[in-house]
Design a binder for this molecule. Sequence first.
Ligand code: NI
Length: 199
Amino acid sequence: MTAKRLLRFLGMAMVAGVLLAAGGMDRARAEYQGGIGGRWVLYDHHGNIVRDEDFRGRFMLIYFGYTFCPDVCPTGLSTMAEAMDILGDRGDVVQPMFISVDVLRDTPAHLADYVAYFHPRLLGLTGSQEMIDRLTEGYRVQYQIVREPGAEPDNYTIDHTASTYLMGPDGQFLVKFAHGIAPEDMAKRILEILNDFGA
Ligand code: NI
């Protein structure tokens, strides 16, 4: 690189730096665009109708699964609960959610007992098959009911995506945490994002 080109490069880098600093929150928002998510209407574990837009201005930390899940969901929800405990008061702007993909068995009453076991702030959500199918499509969550041959209709397991989604104050997708992440790492990343958003 010649001296002249180096100077021009440094000049551009400085301009970019100033633009980035001035971008502030806009930059944080632009960085987290994803095309995952969408509008939804569900029932919470109290039996109330809730909508995604009810959570605008807050962050949604979402785990998809079902209460009869033998070990994947309990592990994922324990991680989420522990991350929330690590965040402490900073997590007040984060709403942890468990959205059931088991519309047949996970009634609001059944969800209420289940979520209370993991965290006092965990919100259980369920809905009709149509609602859940639209929601999982928008969030690109895969699930598949697995029933052994000859089993009773309500005796099945569900293979499902086990990631945890963090959605931002505008309902936009921010980040997906892989199953098996340490609670400390999840909390650390969430805190970084909260700081980015000035939340
Ligand atoms: Ni599960």
